[in-house]
Structures are given as C-alpha cells and as structure tokens.
Write a protein that binds this ligand. Structure first.
Ligand code: CA
Length: 226
C-alpha cells in the first residue's frame, strides 16, 4: 500500500465541479479516484470495494452523508473524511460520533485536504491487523471481517463486537450482565434479553449456517465460545 497507484479513494460528492476538481487533484497526486454523485451510489460503492479512504460530502441527494456513514460503519471501518458546510456544527459532531476519521469545512484549501488524506492513510495503515481465530473461524478486528472457511460472514457492528468479546475470552463463561456491560456499555440501559437476542443472531449466522457449535449456553451462568 506504499505505492500510491494502489491507493483507491472514493469521492462521494454531488456537485460536479467539486467532484471533478477533487478527482483531478487527487489523481495528480497519484491516487486512483472513483466518484459517486449521490448517497446511495456512494454507499454501494463503499461497501462493494475496499477503498483506502472515502471523502464524503454531507449534503447529498438520496441518502445524506451522515446516513451513508452510519450504514457504512455497521460493516466497515474505512477511514472517512467528511465535507461539511461552514455553519453546520451538528453535521460535524454527528459525523465524528459515527466514526468519521476527520472533517473539512467547505470551502477548503486543497493542500489542507491532501495533508489530511496523507495523515489519515498513514494512521490507518499503521494499525496492524489482529486476527482472532477459532478452528476455521477467523475474525480480523481492524478490517472488521469475519470468515468461516474463507467464506465471509456478514455481521452488524454489535454482532461483530459481541463475537470479538467472546473470542477474546474463549473458554470463559461470560454472564449476560458482563457482556451487556462490555459490548453495549453506556448506550444501553435495558435488560439483558438483548444479549440473548444477539447470541441468537450470531448462532444463526455461524453455528447454524456452518453446522458447527461454537457458542455454548451455560445454564444459569451465561455464554462461552469454544
Ligand atoms: Ca453537496
């Protein structure tokens, strides 16, 4: 990935002049660019290929940038720099909350955007992938990919977090309260039934699908994976 020619950047921007300007500047710097001109197309593109980075405008037709980011984060951790208008502090806040890596306020100097792209690419590439595996199940905590015998398992963010927590504590019985506390934390104040529900989701996507039994219920105590 040190070779910029291999670095693909997705630009999601509906204003043709800005999209064209950005893609010319980035191509000039040696990046490969793809432009999507509405939110829906941008999300599809972002999910179907592995981009090194995404530049995402917030004000977009079909699906706004914040919603694109929210849906993207359920499946992928691609670095995202959001482009916001000058007076929309809320977009900035919700964008960062949802896991945007950085933001730029329009209008911006291209040099600054280029500097942020470099910084974010470097930060992302520096993270080493951590692969947790159990039998044929492999989970990469950086790229957020889970596979069984090489076949991708589509998981939502919560399902993924739950699976990672179980794998990191394999052979240990984890109570529902403990799981709720670690995986849901402050976002959730409900009862522990939600844990059972998500364990069911994981079982149907892993145990049932691949005819194995990794996730065990320990009566009266909780769950474990082994
Ligand atoms: Ca726009």
């Amino acid at each position: 990935m040190n070779n910029k020619k291999e670095t693909h950047i997705l630009i999601v921007e509906d204003e043709a002049s800005i999209a064209r300007f950005l893609s010319l500047e980035l191509e000039f710097e040696g990046y490969k660019c793809i432009v999507a001109t509405n939110g829906r197309e941008g999300l599809e593109e972002a999910l179907s290929k592995d981009y090194a980075l995404i530049i995402l405008d917030v004000m977009l037709p079909d699906l706004n940038g914040i919603e694109v980011l929210r849906r993207l984060r359920q499946q992928k951790q691609t670095p995202v720099i959001i482009l916001t208008a000058r007076d929309t502090v809320m977009d900035k806040v919700s964008g960062l909350d949802l896991g945007a890596s950085d933001y730029m306020t329009k209008p911006f100097a291209i040099e600054e955007l280029l500097a942020r792209i470099r910084a974010n690419l470097k930060k992302y590439l520096k993270q080493e992938s951590e692969v947790l595996s159990l039998g044929e199940l492999e989970v990469d905590t950086i790229s957020h990919k889970a596979t069984y015998l090489g076949e991708t398992i589509e998981l939502t963010k919560k399902e993924f977090d739950l699976l990672v927590y179980l794998l990191k504590n394999r052979n240990t019985v984890l109570s529902r309260e403990k799981i709720l506390d670690v995986v849901w934390g402050f976002e959730f104040y409900g009862n522990t039934n939600v844990v059972d529900v998500y364990i069911r989701y994981l079982r149907s996507k892993i145990d049932d699908k691949f005819k194995i039994s990794l996730i065990e219920t320990v009566r009266g105590a909780g769950y474990t994976i082994r």
